[in-house]
Design a protein. Structure first.
Length: 210
């Protein structure tokens, strides 16, 4: 196994040959096996025929990034977190059409979803303090290029090429790290990290680490 991801009630693993395995609850279709069964040991997701490069498990859904830079989504979709233009759940991986002309480099899941393209552009979709977005929407400007993302439950963080930290979303527990508890509907630069060389970011349910 060369990569693993854990959601609220399910987990996913990528083998060194690019095969995807999942286990846990499948009640909303988040395992992508075509069933909604609970799997007690990892099972192979045979519905993905391409080599898998990255996987992200959210609260009720899963994003799958394949070698060619395409993104597939499966699972719960009541918040539009699958990015398919609707709010229908699915138990099979469906390709997100908006990324047909983009090559995605990294994906992230919480209660909403995010992706970084190879050009460093940040896309977000789902429901949050930023509104309801049913298909991926570019969330960054052309002047800032990002290289990493991490999502918590209702918020997210991003790291740009100059190692600056940016945050967005709910801030009820101070998870955005901007002193006040005001939510941010747009991506916001975190000035606390100015002058500090941040190498890595990670989000828990309601907290962030840089």
């Amino acid at each position: 196994v060369r990569k693993a991801s854990a959601g609220a009630k399910h987990s996913a693993f990528i083998s060194d040959q690019g095969a995807l395995y999942v286990c846990g609850t499948g009640e909303t279709g988040q395992l992508g096996t075509g069933r909604r069964d609970r799997e007690l040991v990892p099972v192979h997701v045979s519905l993905i025929s391409e080599k898998v490069r990255d996987v992200a498990c959210g609260a009720f859904h899963t994003l799958i990034l394949v070698e060619r830079g395409r993104v597939y989504a499966t699972g719960g979709n009541t918040l539009g977190q699958l990015g398919l233009g609707n709010k229908k759940n699915t138990n099979i991986p469906i390709r997100i059409k908006e990324f047909e002309s983009e090559k995605v480099a990294k994906i992230g899941c919480g209660h909403h979803s995010a992706a970084l393209t190879e050009r460093g552009e940040l896309f977000i979709w789902g429901t949050g303090v930023f509104g309801e977005i049913l298909t991926p929407m570019k969330f960054s400007n052309s002047l800032t290029k990002f290289k990493d993302i991490s999502l918590g439950a209702f918020f997210g963080t991003a790291l740009d090429e100059d190692n600056n930290v940016w945050t967005w979303g709910s801030n009820a527990n101070g998870e955005l790290g901007v002193e006040a508890n005001d939510p941010k509907g747009r991506i916001t630069h975190n000035a606390f990290f100015d002058g500090k060389r941040v190498e890595y970011i990670a989000c828990g349910g309601s907290f962030g680490i840089g």
